[in-house]
Design a protein around this ligand. Structure first.
Ligand code: URA
Length: 411
């Protein structure tokens, strides 16, 4: 494999052979191919793209760079969901236990938050004792036992993606459809799935700003699924206002528990059901029943216990993570809520410490927003737009100023 020739050919818009792509990824993972060649290659892909066969080959090479799940003969259907991420998106916390109640297996490998979008792992870690760092053999034991596992990407899980993503992050090559597709799909397909549903977001709080861009990404991921023999469904969803009424780590777990107890915000429940329906063997009505009768909630207790936490701690999360300053943010006018800008709310949550600016930073589990108004609701001047949970008075003031810009009220 002559890497400079490969880079030049991609630069000229040629289609590469799956075997060439496999060698390239193998060489990069082992360290034979240096970062400077891989970054030039990534930039060539950024400008010239890849077709579905090339993208599938890249995905396959990346997932085969590490360990993958091997489900035993006669296993139940294996399913999962992926979201391209959004503000207040705590769907995974509810969907994984819910879908596991329907007799399928859910080996959910999730990420941490980077930038304004929160990560499922950070949210789960607000539960005392919850351990996300488990191995694939341990995960497979949990699938046998409770049908679901919620874990992080270990060093041996898609190492090529880990390395390439870090490189793309510093070389201006993240927003490339084939590279994003291979990155996401390699991690999901390493779970050895039968079915996958994708929640592709668009809007101010999402990676893809327009619906048209989100559709291109969705089509690309569906095409790779097809190439690799996995049934992939995609739903496009707006991320213009936050999902639900809570943004933050522990605050989102609390809201998820409400949803699993049959209550919680309507938009959150609807999205959970829309996605769960695509990968469950049961009807929407039956899924609703599993939320309302406590089955999903009970399964969540099982997940918490299996991961080292104590389900008895769940009702006390608000006390465990009590921010020093919890204060209402009053509406400046009376009228109808026209806008709650997800991107701005995300930035405000980041300022409070709910997210991270660099990948090795920690997150503050207690801070964020709850009881947030929704677009279309009516509000009176002085009544709360939301509650702000802050660590310090300065943080509170910064968040307040940002929220003021995020909200629009029509008198
Ligand atoms: N999320 C990923 O996992 N990879 C990307 O490339 C973009 C978003």
């Amino acid at each position: 494999l002559h890497v400079p020739t490969l880079i030049s050919r991609k630069r000229e818009g040629e289609t590469l052979d799956p075997a060439e792509i496999r060698l390239l990824i193998g060489g990069y993972t082992s360290g034979e191919i240096p970062d400077y060649q891989m970054s030039a290659f990534a930039m060539a892909v950024y400008f010239k793209g890849m077709d579905a066969v090339e993208t599938a080959a890249l995905t396959k090479a990346m997932l085969e760079s590490g360990d993958v799940f091997h489900h035993r003969a006669g296993h139940p259907a294996v399913v999962d969901k992926h979201s391209t991420g959004g503000i207040g998106d705590k769907v995974s916390l509810i969907l994984a236990p819910l879908v596991a109640c329907t007799g399928v297996w859910v080996p959910m490998v999730s990420g941490r938050g980077l930038g304004i979008t929160g990560g499922t792992l950070d949210k789960l870690e607000s539960i005392p004792g919850f351990k996300v760092g488990i191995t694939i053999p341990e995960a497979q034991e949990l699938l046998e036992k409770i049908g679901v596992v919620m874990m992080g990407q270990t060093d041996r899980f898609c190492p090529a993606d880990k390395k390439l993503y870090a490189l793309r992050d510093v070389t201006g090559t993240v927003p490339s459809i084939p590279l994003i597709t291979a990155s996401i799909m390699s991690k999901k397909l390493a779970e050895s799935l039968d079915k996958l549903v994708l929640d592709v977001k668009f809007g101010s709080g999402a990676f893809m700003k327009t619906q048209a861009d989100a559709q291109v990404l969705a089509d690309s991921m569906i095409a790779v699924g097809k190439e690799m023999g996995v049934e992939v469904h995609a739903i496009l969803n707006p991320m213009s206002e936050p999902l639900g009424r809570s943004v933050g780590n522990a605050l989102e777990v609390i809201e998820s528990i409400e949803c699993m107890e049959g209550s919680g915000p309507g938009d959150l429940r609807k999205l959970v059901l829309d996605l769960a329906e695509k990968i469950s063997p049961v009807s929407r009505e039956e899924l609703e029943k599993l939320l309302d009768d406590g089955s999903a909630r009970k399964k969540f207790d099982e997940i918490v216990a299996a991961h080292g936490g104590n389900p008895a701690d769940l009702p006390n999360l608000a006390k465990t993570h009590h921010a020093p300053l919890i204060r209402e943010f009053p509406a400046p006018d009376t009228g109808t809520i026209m806008k709650v800008d997800a991107g701005m709310v995300g930035q405000a949550a980041l300022q409070l410490g709910a997210g991270r600016a660099r990948s090795h930073d920690g997150v503050d589990h207690a801070v964020g927003f709850d009881r947030l108004v929704k677009v279309g609701e009516h509000i009176h001047q002085g009544h709360p737009i939301c509650r702000i949970h802050a660590r310090t008075p300065v943080d509170f003031e910064i968040a307040e100023a940002m929220l003021e810009k995020a909200i629009r009220i029509k008198p």
